[in-house]
Ligand binder design. Structure first.
Ligand SMILES: [Zn+2]
Length: 274
């Protein structure tokens, strides 16, 4: 009896101690803003399209197009894929594949392609990464795979995933991409039904929130501006509120993907933030 209880105690202790064994060394991480995901155009007035309360008067904003590479150990997440190489006026000068080649990363090394939402300026080059698992909000995936996709749903580059040749994991909520809490796709619907933003927790720089199009420019974020073309007004406002809460909790740097004023928050390509 004593022996059995000793064994039991030993087993319990082993169980308890296993909870306290030091975690595996954290994976090496970095976040890189790619150099070119679309060619910026001249500043444009934003009052008509980007505020359903017409709050911006004569404000003009220069929109930029951006996408990001997150390295986690030997895995990579590509966040958004910019404009296509054939987009009129706004096509990038250098493809994402060629930019990755400059840093010695091959397309088949991209484990995941995370897509903030289905618009053309975020999805243009996704077809260059057929070996990657596609992570996308389920609301956007449903729009892409609808029998007659709505105008503005850039479904064509997703053909390989639609046909089932490539792997897709539609996300109904947040997604802990690498399973250790370091990179989380945040469910922030409203711009589109399945829109997501990205939280990246870097060991040195700290937390970074990459907006997707939950907001388009700083004034949108500061005064809760809702673009008139968004899919859902109340979801947009809830998502902006959520991002503000997350930015406050983690003292995160917010990078608004389309805002030229946010480019300098990360080092210039090919240097990565760590
Ligand atoms: Zn958009």
């Amino acid at each position: 009896m004593r022996r059995i209880s000793t064994l039991l105690v030993a087993g319990l202790c082993a169980g308890i101690f296993s909870l306290h064994t030091p975690a595996q060394a954290a994976a090496e991480m970095s976040l890189m803003r790619l150099a070119d995901c679309g060619t910026p155009q001249a500043p444009v007035p934003v009052n008509e399209r980007f505020s359903d309360t017409f709050s911006y008067g004569d404000l003009k904003i220069q929109f930029v197009f951006s996408c990001y590479l997150i390295k986690h150990g030997d895995q990579y997440l590509l966040w958004d894929t910019g404009h296509s190489m054939t987009a009129p006026n706004v096509a990038p000068k250098v493809s994402i594949v060629d930019q990755l080649d400059k840093i010695g990363v091959k397309p088949e090394q991209i484990t995941y392609v995370g897509i903030s939402h289905y618009h053309a300026d975020h999805t243009g080059q996704v077809a260059s990464f057929p070996k990657a698992t596609l992570l996308i909000g389920v609301g956007d995936w449903n729009a892409i795979t609808a029998p007659n996709p709505a105008p503005g749903v850039n479904f064509k580059p997703f053909e390989g995933w639609i046909k089932g040749d490539n792997k897709v994991e539609p996300q109904p909520n947040d997604k802990d991409v690498f399973g250790d809490g370091s990179v989380i796709m945040l469910n922030t619907p409203g711009h589109t039904p399945g829109h997501h933003s990205l939280l990246v927790k870097l060991p040195q720089m700290g937390s970074v929130v990459i907006s997707g199009d939950a907001v388009h420019f700083r004034e949108n974020y500061d005064n809760n501006g809702v673009p008139r073309f968004n899919s859902d007004r109340s979801q947009t406002l809830a998502s902006i509120e959520r991002l503000k809460g997350i930015v406050a909790t983690f003292k995160a740097a917010l990078i608004i993907q389309h805002d030229a004023r946010d480019i300098d928050k990360l080092p210039a390509f090919p240097t990565a933030a760590k």
